[in-house]
Design a protein around this ligand. Structure first.
Ligand code: HEM
Length: 241
């Protein structure tokens, strides 16, 4: 199945209005949430992780599995950004000639080292930290392959993985920590610097990069959102296992 979004679906999702490209990515992502997850969501909740977070019954073992798997995803994403093996992705990541001064490296949103600290803390406390499991490993493998063949779709993954964590991720973190971690705040949800500013910087860069894309590139990127939801949800589901 092609991830590309048709002109018709794009119009349905965005009202046919193209402001900044990040707004388009956000609109598509918000509609893929369930009504229980976010106000702007339009999907019906079926699986447990699609229900209201207040109703979740997370376990500590499950949360550790989640952290280990999401770390595999961030490790891979951050390795790709650091050293893209594919020239056309490299140019988007470095944003060559797009006028945005900067790139997608060192945005301050990176999560790999933060997660390493959290897992170390759990280990020191004597919790058994598991091996990575298939949801994280499969997503990481997919991202690596995607980065080599479709830079625009890869950028959609980049957007969703980082922005999901700062939005829904923080809501989930708070509720889950209240239930099973004595409200401990993990490093995973702490940023150095003002988060809203870090996010805005990345939004500006994404908008700049996408200015050079054709409508077809943009629609292919938007169509990737659904795939990122599918993979990400599998990992979130680990919290409830
Ligand atoms: C935004 C909740 C999963 C991607 C949001 C917002 C909420 C939310 C409440 C709105 C924040 C705002 O007011 O702007 C949740 C919950 C989830 C979940 C409870 C439960 C599993 C996901 C997944 C993805 C995702 C799986 C994609 C992989 C996004 C993106 C935004 C967003 C891209 C926009 C962020 C922004 O504009 O800054 N989410 N979400 N979310 N979510 Fe989720």
């Amino acid at each position: 199945v092609s991830a590309a979004m048709t002109e018709k679906t794009w119009k349905r999702y965005t009202g046919g209005e193209a402001k900044g490209f990040v707004d388009e990515m956000r609109l598509v992502a918000m509609k893929l949430h369930t009504r229980q997850q976010a106000q702007e969501g339009e999907m019906e909740a079926k699986a447990p992780e699609e229900q209201r977070v207040e109703e979740w019954e997370p376990t500590l073992d499950g949360y550790l599995k989640f952290l280990v798997d999401i770390k595999v995803v961030y490790d891979t994403l951050e390795q790709i950004i650091e050293k893209p093996s594919f020239p056309s992705l490299l140019s988007d990541i470095e944003c060559m000639g797009c006028g945005a001064d900067g790139e997608f490296r060192n945005t301050g949103l990176e999560r790999s080292e933060k997660l390493a600290k959290d897992l170390k803390w759990f280990e020191e406390k004597g919790y058994g930290v598991p091996e990575a499991s298939s949801p994280g490993v499969a997503y990481a493998k997919y991202l690596k392959q995607l980065s080599e063949k479709d830079p625009q779709a890869f950028i959609c993954q980049f957007y969703n993985i980082y922005f999901a964590n700062t939005a829904g991720g923080r809501i989930i973190a708070k509720k889950v920590a209240e239930k099973i971690l004595d409200s401990r705040e993990l490093e995973f949800y702490k940023w150095d610097g003002e988060l809203s500013q870090l996010l805005q910087n990345v939004r500006d860069k994404l908008n700049k990069v996408a200015e050079n894309w054709t409508r077809e590139d943009k629609n292919r990127c938007l169509g990737e959102t659904e795939i990122s939801f599918k993979f990400y949800r599998e990992i979130v589901r680990l919290m409830l296992s």
